[in-house]
Design a protein around this ligand. Sequence first.
Ligand code: WAQ
Ligand code: MG
Length: 251
Amino acid sequence: MLYSVRMRAAQGGAHEAGGRHISGAERITGGEDIAKTAAAMLERALTHSRGQADFINIQVEAVAAQQVHYVPLLPIHTFAVDGYEAGRQQALSLLAECGVSQEAARAGMASLLALPDSMRGAMLLCAETGRRLDGQGMRGVRVSRMDSADPVGYHGFLTDLGLAGEHAREAMVLAAKVAAAPGVLAELCWSDDPDYTAGYVAFRQGYMRISQLKPTGSPQGGRVFFLQPGTPLAELEEYLTSCPVLVRHSE
Ligand code: WAQ
Ligand code: MG
């Protein structure tokens, strides 16, 4: 049996009571690893660079093996840029290559830059008009129930690429689930951790890492998913939040 283990932590009370988002994590593990996974999440929530959490929710649920979908890890490319302005230009041109309109790409970038604080989830924007589609406000849509299909092999694979940190590990799993979603054209992301300035544009053809998308020390970050016009929202949100997905890397 597999188990989805999820964590979300906030400061100033629970998320639903207006607390500010500090950290979250998503894993799928075998029963023997639940306690270890939950303990590591607790430790992470209590020692996060975004601040001291005073609300931590850890949820464990069984996942039936026959419900699990398998998707491929995206091919990884890195763009080393000189500064975050150059990085943002790079991101805009990659989004254009994915078929996101210039208007929508700029709206996505502007939405991230206008965030007063971190969201728990992602914003869903129309890839043509740039209009926000999810109606979830500061909560956003949280992608859940995903992990690597082979965590040990995946760790070795990333270590060989010089990408062994948690940020890249988790972002690539999330991006693979999102890129496989029906109707998602592209994703734009950078971290809300003040000391982590890298981000990416992802789409089915690749995970395009950009070495800098924000200035060092900024606590502002987030995620935007650009949707093909006409994408059925309820199905997409169900897939993103609830469908268990394991990501396979190839050696
Ligand atoms: N579902 C939807 N949105 C999420 C999720 C999720 N499961 N997790 C985080 N977010 C949103 C939320 O708004 C966060 O504030 C924001 O993304 C940033 O999350 O290749 O670490 O976990 O070197 O801080 C990208 C580059 C790192 C990695 C991204 O994001 C690399 C990162 P963080
Ligand atoms: Mg973060």
